[in-house]
Design a protein around this ligand. Structure first.
Ligand code: 2BA
Length: 110
C-alpha cells in the first residue's frame, strides 16, 4: 500500500528537509506555494511512499521542521483613516510542517 504525504513546510526549513529526504532516499516533488493567511511563500512537498516507511518519513519531517512565532502587522486601511489608525502587530505560531496523509489509488511511471 502506498501513501501520498503532502507537507506544507516553512520556507526556512525547506532546504534542510530537501537534503534530509535525499539523504534518506525519500523521493519528493517540491511546489512553491503561498500561505492563505500570511500570504507568504512556503514550500509544499509531495511524497509518494510505501506505508511501511510512513513513520520514518514523519520522523525526518519532524526533526527538520520547527514551528516559530511570527509577527504580522496589519496594513493601515485605505481611505483617510490612516491618522487615527494604530496598527498593532499580531503574533501567530507558524508550524514548521503541516502534514496530510492520503491513500493512493494507483501509481504508474511511464
Ligand atoms: P498560512 O495560511 O499563511 O498560516 C500561517 C499561520 O497563521 C498558521 O500556521 C496559523 O497559526 C495562523 N493562521 C492561519 N489561518 C488563520 C486564521 N484564519 N486565523 C488566525 N490565525 C490563522 P499553521 O497552522 O502552522 O499553517 C502553516 C501553513 O500551512 C499555512 O500558512 C497554510 O499554507 C498551510 N495550512 C495550514 N493548515 C492548512 C489546512 N488545513 N489546509 C491547507 N493548508 C493549510
Amino acid at each position: 500500500m502506498m501513501k501520498m504525504v503532502i507537507a506544507i513546510v516553512h520556507d526556512k526549513d525547506s532546504a534542510r528537509l530537501s537534503d534530509a529526504l535525499v539523504e534518506q532516499d525519500f523521493r519528493a516533488t517540491k511546489l512553491a506555494t503561498t500561505g492563505g493567511f500570511l500570504k507568504e511563500g512556503n514550500t509544499t512537498f509531495m511524497m509518494g511512499i510505501p506505508q511501511e516507511r510512513l513513520d520514518d518519513l514523519m520522523d525526518v519531517i519532524q526533526s527538520n521542521c520547527s514551528s516559530r512565532d511570527q509577527m504580522i502587522t496589519p496594513i493601515s486601511p485605505m481611505g483617510g483613516h490612516a491618522d487615527s489608525y494604530i496598527p498593532y502587530p499580531v503574533e501567530v505560531q507558524v508550524g514548521g510542517a503541516t502534514v496530510f496523509v492520503l491513500p493512493i489509488e494507483g501509481f504508474h511511471q511511464f
